[in-house]
Design a binder for this molecule. Structure first.
Ligand code: AHR
Length: 346
């Protein structure tokens, strides 16, 4: 197992607090999907301070992308459980994969006057107007997991998440080593326009540029979910180029697991006839490696709840944060799967 830590410290971008204004259009709709009840722990922000005076409870609005993958479910669980542990009130909204729903949720958080807004943006573009609204309201923003392509980096205080380009490098380097630099590759891409889809492709292709014996002959989005991953792989295997495919690179484990099913249904052996490398490191991927059907998973750690709320508390204490913080991640192969499986947390 190889372990990596990415940490880029580019300076702080704390936002000042100004007057709030209401952006109510989507609020009624949104309210149905939010409202994690806070736990009042003895040491938490909701606890009563000495002398019976109540300490103000921290309120955080979090807009999640959806529940498209095992990774996402683990990420949501990490954020919800950490908020509960710290006595932070979490207004949680599930955008069901739609940017429009995320923007509505962010406007609703402004209207409710939360202390901090956090979100994992479904795609990279189109966030400036709503981020400007949040800035005017004086609410600090923490980006988790996925970045935005906003030119003005004062529109958010900090980003916490993985280096997706590096994950693409790791997947490509593993495949180059495993195949001696010779592979005819089918690629299952993530959600179009999403940071991990763009960057994982870029990182992987940078490795291919140094390995002329490796080429991608099929590439299509499977939208980061198992059903579409299976459908797209079925189509790849019915195409005229099907017989040439020796390797599959999937931008996440869920798509790889769907594709593995398609490969088996086509009468081939995943992990042998077609070498499979993917990204995330979910338990299902470890099981597939233990079964010899997946060859490698590059870890992308979703358990960032503690880092998120450390950042929230630091921002509210007016501390300076790095503009970007990475997470600890590893690369796992079949030979490590059985031993690692019982200890996987997601
Ligand atoms: O943004 C992280 C990616 O999103 C994960 O790799 C994928 O499984 C999820 O849907």
């Amino acid at each position: 197992m190889k372990t990596f830590l990415t940490m880029k410290q580019l300076g702080a971008g704390l936002l000042g607090r100004g007057g709030r204004w209401l952006a109510l259009a989507a609020c009624g709709l949104f309210l149905a999907s939010c409202g994690e009840e806070p736990a009042k722990t003895p040491g938490g922000a909701a606890a009563e301070a000495g002398g019976g005076a109540k300490k103000k409870q921290i309120v955080v609005g979090f807009s999640q992308i959806g529940a498209e993958s095992g990774w996402r479910t683990a990420n949501t669980e990490s954020i919800q459980s950490e908020a509960k542990k710290r006595g932070i009130k979490l207004l949680f909204s599930d955008a069901q994969g739609k940017q429009e729903n995320q923007i509505n949720a962010l406007r609703s958080f402004i209207a409710q006057g939360v202390d901090v807004i956090a979100f994992s943006p479904v795609i990279v573009s189109g966030w400036e107007p709503v981020l400007q609204e949040i800035k005017k309201a004086g609410i600090p923003v923490v980006l988790t997991d996925r970045a935005v392509d906003a030119k003005d980096d004062t529109l958010y205080a900090t980003f916490i998440g993985s280096d997706f380009i590096e994950e693409g490098h790791r997947a490509g380097e593993w495949l180059a080593k495993a195949t001696g630099g010779k592979a005819v590759i089918a690629e299952l891409v993530g959600t179009p326009g999403a940071a991990p889809a763009i960057d994982r492709k870029k990182g992987f292709e940078e490795v291919l540029a140094k390995n002329p014996g490796m080429k991608i002959i099929k590439s299509q989005s499977g939208d980061f979910n198992r059903t579409k991953g299976k459908e797209v792989m079925e189509a790849f295997l019915k195409s005229p180029e099907a017989k040439q495919i020796t390797a599959l690179y999937a931008h996440n484990d869920d798509m790889a697991l769907g594709a593995i099913q398609a490969i088996e249904e086509a009468g081939l052996k995943p992990g042998k006839d077609i070498v499979v490398v993917s990204i995330d490191g979910v338990r299902g991927a470890f099981q597939a490696m233990a079964d010899g059907k997946l060859n490698c998973t590059v870890e992308c750690n979703p358990l960032i709840g503690p880092q998120l709320f450390d950042a929230v508390e630091a921002l509210l204490a007016k501390k300076t944060l790095p503009k970007r913080t990475g997470v600890m991640e590893s690369v796992y192969e079949q030979s490590q799967a059985k031993e690692a499986l019982p200890n996987r947390k997601y």
